[in-house]
Design a protein around this ligand. Structure first.
Ligand code: DP6
Length: 324
């Protein structure tokens, strides 16, 4: 009753921002991401008779408290599905090139879903796995697949039609995604709390929802025909609108720091100089920059010269779940 799985993290080009059902994790809008080959989590789950509770080691350190709680709540769902009352030892390693606050719930929960369901003897297909991972963390539903991935929000209230599908695999389009590591990051509002507060209190939320469905259709077409400027500009605008909703929340908040804005300006300057580069930002201060491989040297140089930038980690579109 032991299995090991690896999942890569993903960056949303059309954001998931807001839930219509908190307990099943059903999103208020369909969304789309690209899986990144530079960041992954490898997790081993070992169910054993005689254990009195679950345990969790992350990067070889024993973890208790909220992080263990999240793992145990997720394993409760897996136990319920299998009908087996048995606890597990969970060991995870985050493969992130530098320690820079890039640990991701998407790769973590996707790897946990794959390893735990296999270890307990459920044989789930990728669609079922995506639905299971979704219940751990919404963005994890997308990390089951590689390349370009859409999480279809679904219509049903039981969540049975809310799962991710692959739009194009990683070999479809050779783009690059630079994750910009900032030299200092402050404590943030979690994405879970941030989206809840925004949905409940921000008058801008309705405008976000209205536009995001259009953005999704446009970006899917741009990916299909490999129109980089179109894809990048839609992704950047969608990111800006998501972040605008947080300023309207009560109390208002932003994920941006000074360096976040400096990196955004660098990307705009690159474009003014004729280099197609676009940014996107999740629920934190880090910026991801999209560009084409032929522009790598120039993009890297400009980003590295930006004040407050510590490092740059470059990814290509990555693969979905794998087992060892
Ligand atoms: C801004 O998937 O971390 O990164 O479902 O509450 O676990 P929970 O949230 P999470 O939210 C991700 C939000 C985002 C946008 C995105 O990845 O689509």
């Amino acid at each position: 009753m032991k299995a090991t799985a690896r999942a890569h993290t993903n960056i949303a080009l059309i954001k998931y921002w807001g839930k219509r059902n908190e307990s099943l994790i059903l999103p208020a809008n369909s969304n789309l991401s690209v899986t990144l080959d530079g960041f992954s989590t490898e997790t081993t789950v070992h169910f054993q008779e005689g254990l009195k509770k679950d345990s969790f080691h992350l990067n070889e350190q024993n973890v208790e408290g909220d992080a263990l709680g999240k793992v145990a709540i997720f394993l409760d769902k897996v136990r319920a599905l299998s009908g087996k009352e048995i606890y597990a030892q969970v060991q995870s390693v985050n493969h992130v090139p530098t320690a820079a606050g890039f640990a991701s719930s998407a790769s973590g929960l996707a790897a946990l879903a794959a390893a735990s369901s296999k270890a307990i003897g459920l044989s789930l297909n990728d669609t079922e796995l995506s639905k299971l991972a979704r219940q751990g963390s919404g963005s994890a539903s997308r990390s089951i697949f590689g390349g370009f991935v859409e999480w279809q929000m679904g219509k049903r209230e039981d969540g049975s039609d809310s799962f991710a599908v692959q739009i194009a695999d990683k070999s479809h389009w050779d783009i690059r995604i630079a994750a910009v590591v900032l030299s200092k990051t402050e404590k943030k509002v979690s994405s879970r709390e941030g989206m809840r507060r925004t949905v409940e209190t921000s008058p801008f939320y309705a405008g976000w929802l209205e536009q995001t469905a259009k953005d999704l259709q446009e970006i899917k077409q741009a990916i299909k025909v490999k129109d980089f400027e179109k894809m990048g500009s839609v992704a950047e605008a969608n990111c800006m609108r998501m972040h605008a909703t947080t300023l309207g929340a009560n109390p208002p908040f932003t994920y941006w720091q000074d360096t976040t804005m400096r990196v955004m300006q660098t990307v705009q300057t690159l474009r003014e100089q004729g280099i197609p580069a676009f940014f996107t930002i999740d629920a934190g201060p880090n910026v991801k920059v999209l560009y084409l491989p032929e522009n790598e040297a120039k993009v890297k140089k400009r980003l590295q010269a930006t004040e407050g930038v510590e490092d740059i980690i470059i990814s290509k579109p990555g693969s979905g779940i794998s087992y060892r």
